[in-house]
Design a protein around this ligand. Structure first.
Ligand SMILES: Nc1ncnc2c1ncn2[C@@H]1O[C@H](COP(=O)(O)OP(=O)(O)OP(=O)(O)O)[C@@H](O)[C@H]1O
Ligand SMILES: [Mg+2]
Length: 309
């Protein structure tokens, strides 16, 4: 991310990883249609800037190297925040998510968006074996996650497939993508907008913004505020949220721990720096997974209790 100051104002110029995959551009363009609809609807976000030629990205020449693929927004003067966010920020996030779901934008083309998560759960015993053979110091901790991973796998494969309708959602409404400006929060990073079941996106957002990773438990006032903010703008779901609604996001977490563990063993790592970084973050990720599952198991209770503002 670069800040570009010009006579016309300041811009956030984001250098994109141009992926060699057929879905990369169709996904990005769908995300961009959604982002512009959100901007037109008055959501608090940086103004998206259309690239010359009308597309979402453009190529800029780089001295002595290959061209960079960039996309541009107006720069917003704001501070970062971190999870758990304050309940007021959570309330805003819930309201904002409801507004985005109300756009009811069809997730087309569906093949361009990722689907399913948690497939690494099935391979867990193999991963533990791989760690054992490599004498990884965290082998026992990884093995200790087996019951947690099994329960997540059950949620993902048995409970979650309910055939609920999807819309395009922001899909990364996390503390790292909320900036706090003088006049209130702003939502950035729309590139991953994708097909989501509304109640499932809400569940994952409430848990994450409330700090579901924390050993002392999430901040329940924040989780409730997210859910309450959503309800105010969207109405109630026919059934309260439960852990099943968080299954997809829990599956993503399992896949992420597995990917970091493999790379910490050197398998599929992007160089020595990546191995070192994965080794550094792995213990925290291992410790957090059971906390995330227990936070998800509190959802039913939290979403049936109302909070007054
Ligand atoms: N329009 C903007 N104005 C000011 N700062 C911005 C703007 N857009 C993004 N940022 C800052 O740059 C950071 C990175 O931007 P963004 O989230 O789009 O990139 P990213 O590579 O996807 O990051 P991550 O993977 O951490 O989510 C944001 O967390 C935010 O702090
Ligand atoms: Mg981001």
């Amino acid at each position: 991310m670069w800040r570009l100051d010009t006579e016309l104002g300041s811009y956030a110029v984001k250098e994109m990883n141009r992926l060699d995959a057929p879905e990369w551009l169709p996904w990005l363009r769908a995300a961009w249609r959604f982002e512009r609809a959100a901007w037109a609807a008055g959501v608090r976000m940086p103004e998206p800037v259309i690239a010359p030629g009308g597309d979402v990205v453009t190529e800029v020449p780089v001295t002595g190297g290959p061209a960079a693929t960039v996309r541009v927004h107006r720069w917003v003067v704001a501070e970062p925040t971190s999870q758990p966010v304050r309940p007021e920020v959570g309330h805003w996030a819930g309201e904002t998510m409801a507004e985005l779901h109300r756009l009811t934008m069809a997730p087309e083309p569906r093949w361009a968006f990722p689907s399913g998560s948690g497939e690494q759960a099935e391979l867990w015993p193999l991963l533990v074996e791989q760690a054992k053979v490599a004498h990884a110091p965290w082998t026992e901790d990884l093995a200790g996650l087996s019951a947690t991973v099994k329960e997540i796998y059950r949620l993902v494969t048995v409970e979650a497939p309910r055939g609920l309708a999807e819309v395009i959602g922001h899909a990364d409404l996390r503390a790292k993508n909320i900036l706090l400006a003088a006049d209130g929060p702003v939502l950035v990073d729309w590139d991953l907008a994708c097909a989501r079941v509304p109640r499932e996106e809400l569940a994952g957002c409430a848990l994450s913004l409330a700090g579901w990773n924390r050993p002392q438990g999430m901040v329940e006032a924040t989780a409730r505020a997210v859910i309450d903010g959503y309800r105010r703008n969207h109405g109630d779901f026919p059934e309260p949220l439960t852990a099943v609604d968080a299954a997809g996001d829990l599956g993503v977490e399992v896949d992420w721990v597995a990917s970091v563990a493999r790379r910490a063993l050197g398998d599929g790592a992007h160089g020595p720096d990546d191995v070192a970084r994965c080794r550094e973050i792995l213990p925290g990720l291992i410790a957090a997974l059971p906390n995330k599952l227990s936070a998800a198991q509190q959802l039913a209770r939290l979403s049936t209790q109302r909070l007054c503002w």
